[in-house]
Design a protein around this ligand. Structure first.
Ligand SMILES: C[S@@+](CC[C@H](N)C(=O)[O-])C[C@H]1O[C@@H](n2cnc3c(N)ncnc32)[C@H](O)[C@@H]1O
Length: 247
């Protein structure tokens, strides 16, 4: 948790609006609100029990610029425009959940019986793109352990109107074992295109395979030998984060 909070910090709006998708019990969301008192922060999670914890006086600590809503982001999300949208482990696995729902005969809007459904993940990415304001940023801190997983996510995001502008990895330790978690920075395609036309450049392309290999080189020394062959397709770097609060 501390690791991902550090990644979000530089992107926090000073006065604009931010949406924290999959905010859990709101510890980080409230921390963002405290770090950026001029911004308006919204946290949302599909678990009402988490939202109840997030809105409790113990978590809110009198912080005024944060609100919380219960919402399943595959079905709908708070209305924008947002300068920053952050998702932590709430978007990448959306398709897996819909399969479970279909096997269970679920008749929720997640499953479109007409067959024209793009899938909850694609739909969610489209909603995220639509909820971003001009020059807005979407930070995806999602369990995408291999370069191939990230490639698929990026290609779906591109179809939804987003462009990957940076891919970094945040290192963290679990019981002394080093791990790294991918942090993907997306921007609205319209904004990037406008900037490129202005600067006379082409759309930036992030080399995802290279970034995963670099994550191994930088953060995962115990995996280096296995990947000396350059087989970056099987690099596994993402694991669950620790749950301690940020300093
Ligand atoms: C790993 S927790 C992250 C909590 C918090 N953001 C953090 O970093 O500590 C992921 C959260 O995403 C929520 N989540 C997963 N899928 C979701 C969805 N489709 N809509 C809304 N929330 C979702 C889960 O309920 C869970 O609270």
């Amino acid at each position: 948790m501390r690791a991902s909070a550090g990644e979000v910090l530089p992107y926090l709006p000073v006065t604009g609006a931010m949406l924290d998708l999959g905010c859990g019990p709101g510890h980080l969301t409230s921390w963002y609100a405290r770090e950026s008192p001029g911004a308006t922060i919204t946290g949302c999670d599909r678990e009402s029990a988490f939202i109840a914890m997030a809105t409790s006086p113990a978590t809110r600590l009198g912080i005024e610029n944060v609100t919380y809503v219960t919402a399943d982001v595959t079905k709908g999300m708070p209305a924008g425009p947002f300068e920053l949208i952050v998702s932590t482990q709430s978007v990448a696995d959306a398709d897996a959940e819909s399969v479970v729902a279909q096997y269970g005969g679920d008749d929720s809007p997640q499953h479109d019986p007409s067959g024209s459904d793009d899938g909850p993940r694609v739909r969610t990415l489209r909603m995220i793109a639509g909820a971003l304001g001009k020059c807005g940023t979407y930070l995806a801190i999602e369990p995408l352990p291999a370069a191939d997983d990230m490639q698929r996510f990026v290609s779906e995001a591109t179809g939804a109107g987003l462009i990957l502008s940076f891919l970094g990895f945040t290192p963290f330790d679990v019981f002394g074992q080093p791990h790294a978690y991918p942090v993907a920075v997306f921007r609205r395609r319209d904004d990037v295109e406008e900037e490129c036309i202005g600067a006379g450049t082409t759309l930036p392309v992030v080399d995802v395979d290279r970034a995963y290999l670099q994550a191994v080189i930088d953060h995962l020394p115990h995996l280096r030998r296995d990947h000396a062959t350059g087989d970056v397709g099987q690099v596994v770097v993402a694991h669950r984060k620790s749950t301690s609060m940020p300093d």
